[in-house]
Design a protein around this ligand. Structure first.
Ligand SMILES: [Zn+2]
Length: 149
């Protein structure tokens, strides 16, 4: 397990810094939620932005930030354009959820319930998809963890 020794702050703040280091702006603003769903975060590869829902509790916010950073590290907008995402949106969401789960687990945040909740929700018990995604997510998680101070 890595220990964060940086005097500056939370895991969430360090993950936000990684998003900025990759050339993205991070901002908080309400979403126009589609019917029967709630959007907590969104990344635009075109506009280089990460939008976060206002008012998330700290644990939830940490998960959403890790998830959106994962979308960036996993180059989902480019891969979607290049046809390099055979499982489409579902695959990209499972990759991001798995990466966030691995990152926050490696940082000792097992007490945060959100990474597991997202992972279960996105995979819906699809073990074949998990097998495809795991090596991809492991590499992305290692990349994120390597860049922490
Ligand atoms: Zn996502």
């Amino acid at each position: 397990m890595l220990t964060i020794t940086n005097t500056d702050t939370s895991i969430a703040a360090q993950l936000v810094q990684q998003i900025r280091d990759r050339g993205y702006k991070v901002f908080t603003a309400p979403f126009a939620d589609p019917p029967n769903s709630v959007i907590n975060g969104a990344t635009s590869g075109i506009f280089k932005t990460v939008q976060l829902r206002p008012g998330l509790d700290p644990d939830h916010k940490e998960e959403v930030i890790a998830h959106e950073l994962a979308h960036i590290v996993l180059q989902h907008s480019d891969r979607r354009l290049n046809g390099d995402l055979p499982g489409g949106t579902l695959q990209s969401e499972v990759e991001a959820a798995t990466t966030a789960y691995l990152v926050l687990g490696a940082l000792g945040r097992e007490d945060n319930p959100w990474p597991k909740a997202y992972l279960y929700n996105e995979t819906d018990g699809d073990e074949d998809l998990v097998r495809v995604v795991l090596p991809i997510a492991s590499e992305a998680a290692a990349d994120i963890l390597r860049r922490l101070p």
